[in-house]
Design a protein around this ligand. Structure first.
Ligand code: ADP
Ligand code: MG
Length: 146
C-alpha cells in the first residue's frame, strides 16, 4: 500500500445542495484524511485552465460554464491508494451508471446528471500532483501529526 495525496473538488451543484458535509463524511468514513481545504469561486480562466485536457470536447464549454456557477470546495485527500480510493468513493462519471454499479457512491447519492456530477477527483499520480499544485502551495498542506 502506498500513501498518496489526491485532489478532490466538491462541485457547485453539491455545494449548492448543502452536501459538503455528506461528501466529506464519505471520505472520512473510508479512511481518507483531509490535509488541505478551501472554498473558492473559480474564474472562467481558472476553470478553463484546470480542465484544459478536455479542450475541444463537446462538453468542455458547458463544463467550464457549470464550474463557475457557484463556489467549490477544493481539498487534498491523503491515505493508502488515495487516488484510486477517491475515484471508487466518487463512483462513475455518469450518475445514471453510478446508481446502477456503485449505489453507495457520492455520484449515485448526490448527482443527477453527467454535466453536474457533484465531485472531481484526480485520475493518476501525475494529475494528482499537477492538480494539487494548481490550488495549493506546499505551506497550505498540513501533514497529519496526529
Ligand atoms: P471524471 O470527472 O469522472 O474524471 P472526465 O474527466 O471524463 O470525468 O470528465 C470531466 C468532467 O466533464 C466530468 O466530471 C463531467 O462533469 C464532464 N463530462 C464528462 N463527460 C461528459 C459528457 N459526455 N457530457 C457532459 N459532461 C461530461
Ligand atoms: Mg477526469
Amino acid at each position: 500500500m502506498t500513501v498518496e495525496r489526491t485532489l478532490s473538488i466538491i462541485k457547485p451543484d453539491a455545494v449548492g445542495n448543502n452536501h459538503i458535509g455528506d461528501i466529506v463524511s464519505a471520505f472520512e468514513k473510508a479512511g481518507l484524511k483531509i490535509v488541505a481545504c478551501k472554498m473558492l469561486h473559480l474564474s472562467k480562466q481558472q476553470a478553463e485552465e484546470f480542465y484544459a485536457v478536455h479542450k475541444g470536447r463537446p462538453f468542455f464549454t458547458p463544463l467550464v460554464d457549470f464550474m463557475i456557477t457557484g463556489p467549490v470546495m477544493v481539498m487534498v485527500l491523503e491515505g493508502n491508494n488515495a487516488i484510486a480510493e477517491n475515484r471508487r468513493i466518487m463512483g462513475e462519471t455518469n450518475p445514471v451508471q453510478a446508481k446502477e454499479k456503485s449505489p453507495h457512491s457520492i455520484r449515485a447519492k448526490f448527482a443527477n446528471t453527467i454535466d453536474e456530477n457533484a465531485v472531481h477527483g484526480s485520475d493518476s499520480p501525475e494529475t494528482a500532483q499537477t492538480e494539487i499544485a494548481f490550488f495549493f502551495k506546499n505551506g497550505e498542506i498540513c501533514p497529519r501529526t496526529r
